[in-house]
Design a binder for this molecule. Structure first.
Ligand SMILES: Cc1ncc(COP(=O)(O)O)c(C=O)c1O
Length: 423
């Protein structure tokens, strides 16, 4: 027993699956205290899209800290905040013709979701929120009320109210046109569904099993919300910041949500930071009506601005990511091939393999760790192996990771995997 086991709460989680002491990291490699190397297909659950200790972000951060500049400032004005806002406007909002106000809601994804739900209720004067099966939006009470996972919901200890769950795209595996369910419920005054303030959706369900909504489904949802005067919130906490190949995950569907939640990789460096974006006409907050001590952390502004300026000024980074996406999906298809019922799930660099046999994905993740690869599972039963490499990973490292994953899958399932040319 070490101090992590004797002193730290039983609630700890990742350190149980990956029982080592991580000491250093660079790019897509972590090093244990014992000197072992681990390749990273986890990326801090999406908080490290640009890898660990990326020098492009580390240098400005160190310079900033050594300069005596402001670190903590609540939502006061600082040069670091100015530069972040200017970069976000210049490289993200303007080129995409997005007219959003930017709110700093507190440093985590769930803070962004809480602010989005609160604002939607305030704007519409309605209480009800619609969410989707297998959604995950965070661990505070409002976010849990729109989260699907029963174990996580039970942890609330109070009734989770004012929200209803609707079938996500593919919930009925194509046997029932699931989208009609929502349309009928909204259009039939006898459905018993209170008119909602908002619908909250992930374009790819990062925690809920890597189901990815089709662009046509998202377009239908946006249209339905528009017709019924319901606000559309896209929770891009995990799928955003380039993870699916474009900065926002909803770009492929060409929809414009009313409210967008961003966190995880928005600071670029793994520093806590979150944004809630919304159309200007929704900005009816009174000053200080939603507050918090850690809203706008200057070191995170510095690394966040550096990431936007370095990676998002033009299309070169997106082209690199597109190459990685092709390579990852090729590799995952080959790993899934030959296993009855196995299938590739997800979109972009938020993808994995679904295994119908209970426990298979968990065993593959454990075997991968033993072979030096960090990879986690997703889904209510951990039935999907989830590959989330850094967007900055080299093709060689991606190949290495896929090789380890293929070897682990072969060892667990007994089905040979021949990885062909994924580089
Ligand atoms: C889609 C989505 N929303 C919200 C959250 C909550 O973010 P945080 O853990 O930073 O509160 C997560 C976390 O995984 C997420 O994937």
């Amino acid at each position: 027993m070490d101090i992590f086991e004797t002193l730290e709460s039983e609630v700890r989680c990742y350190c149980r699956s990956w029982d080592t002491v991580f000491e250093r990291a660079a790019g897509s490699t972590l090093y244990g205290e014992d000197g072992r190397e681990y390749l990273d297909f986890f990326s801090g659950a999406g908080a490290l899209n640009y890898g660990h200790n990326n020098p492009v972000l580390l240098r400005p951060l160190v310079d900033y800290l050594l300069s005596g500049a402001i670190v903590h400032s609540l939502d006061m004005k600082t040069p670091a905040k100015r530069r972040f806002l200017e970069s976000f406007q210049e490289f993200i909002l303007k080129p995409r013709h997005l007219d959003y106000k930017v709110m700093f809601p507190g440093p985590t994804g769930t803070n962004s979701v809480e602010a989005a739900l609160k604002l939607a209720r305030k704007v519409t004067g309605r209480q009800h929120i619609l969410s989707f099966t297998n959604a995950f939006h965070g661990m505070t009470l409002g976010s849990l009320s729109v989260t699907g996972n029963s174990m996580k919901r039970q942890g609330a200890g109070v009734p989770l109210t004012n929200a209803s769950s609707m079938p996500y795209d593919g919930f009925f595996d194509g046997q029932t046109p699931d989208f009609l369910w929502l349309r009928h419920a909204l259009e039939d005054s006898g459905s018993g569904l209170d008119k909602p303030a908002a619908v909250i959706v992930e374009t790819v369900q990062g925690e809920g099993g890597l189901r990815a909504a089709r662009a046509s489904w998202l377009q239908g949802l946006a249209e339905l919300c528009h017709q019924h005067d319901i606000l559309l919130i896209v929770d891009d906490v995990q799928a955003g910041c380039g993870r699916t190949g474009t900065f926002f995950s909803f770009e492929e569907a060409a929809i414009t949500p009313d409210i967008v939640c961003l966190s995880k990789s928005i600071s670029g460096f793994g520093l806590p930071m979150a944004l809630t974006l919304f159309k200007p006409e929704l900005d009816i907050w009174k000053p200080g009506e939603h507050n918090g001590t850690f809203r706008g952390h200057n070191p995170a502004f510095v690394t966040g601005a550096a990431a936007l300026e370095h990676y998002w000024q033009d299309g070169r980074f997106e082209s690199h990511v597109a190459g990685l996406i092709t390579q990852l999906h090729d590799g995952l298809s080959q790993i899934a091939a030959g296993i009855d019922g196995a299938a590739v799930r997800g979109r972009g660099l938020l993808a994995g393999v679904y295994y119908p046999h209970p426990g298979t994905a968990e065993k593959i993740a454990a075997e991968s760790f033993a072979r030096g690869l960090l990879v986690e599972t997703s889904g209510p039963q951990g039935e999907v192996i989830k590959a989330m490499p850094a967007l900055t990973m080299s093709h060689e490292n991606l190949r290495k990771g896929l090789d380890i994953l293929a070897g682990a899958a072969e060892a667990v399932t007994g089905v040979p995997v021949a990885l062909a040319s994924t580089v």
